[in-house]
Design a protein around this ligand. Structure first.
Ligand code: SF4
Ligand code: SF4
Length: 179
């Protein structure tokens, strides 16, 4: 069974926000909310400071506190690729998952349920890339199976330095930033 993740090349990302626009359009994300966003962070010490530009979203954590904190089972690991999803009909809008996510990746949709990035599972199940990946003009995002040693994402992670966000949170994120 696949284990889906994403690698994002911080050397190629220019912060153009095409991924943000594509996600909002593809997923009909309501005005004032975002499932993905751009973060700029200065890393290192003067005079060796490096500006890292990152396209961020739900990390589809392997040990996701949003799943373990959900009282109804609405937040769950999907059979396909272990993607973290929300069953809207089972969500009571209690916000336990929103509070538990170390990455601020979730919000309560105006219709009353928790919402966030789905890795565009509806596209992935049709053999397509997530919308953000497909529109990036610099091809800085690679989506694929972390358990397949021949996948492009596995090759990149095996050959490049990378990091994930807030490893100290113990969530085992499946988004990796290539540096
Ligand atoms: S990033 Fe947040 S919302 Fe996404 S799986 Fe991890 S804890 Fe859950
Ligand atoms: S807001 Fe919905 S998905 Fe989140 S913990 Fe509550 S019931 Fe579960």
């Amino acid at each position: 069974m696949a284990r889906f993740g994403m690698a994002i090349d911080t050397k190629l990302c220019v912060g153009c926000m095409d991924c943000v626009v594509a996600c909002k359009t593809e997923n009909n994300v309501p005005e004032g909310y975002n499932r993905d966003w751009i973060t700029e962070e200065a890393l290192g010490k003067f005079p060796n400071i490096n500006l890292e530009i990152r396209s961020e979203r739900c990390n589809h954590c392997e040990d996701a506190p949003c799943v373990s904190s959900c009282p109804t089972g609405a937040s769950h690991y999907h059979d396909v690729g272990g993607v973290v999803l929300i069953e809207h009909n089972e969500c009571i809008g209690c916000k336990a998952c929103v509070a538990s996510c170390p990455y601020d990746a979730r919000f309560i949709h105006p219709d009353g349920y928790a919402d966030k990035c789905t890795f565009c599972i509806h596209r992935v199940e049709e053999g397509k890339d997530p919308a953000c990946v497909s529109v990036c003009p610099t091809n800085c995002m690679i989506f694929g199976d972390l358990d397949d040693p021949n996948s492009e994402i596995s090759k990149q992670l095996n050959s490049r330095k990378h990091h994930s966000l807030k490893p100290e949170a113990g969530t085992n994120p499946k988004i990796f930033y290539l540096t």
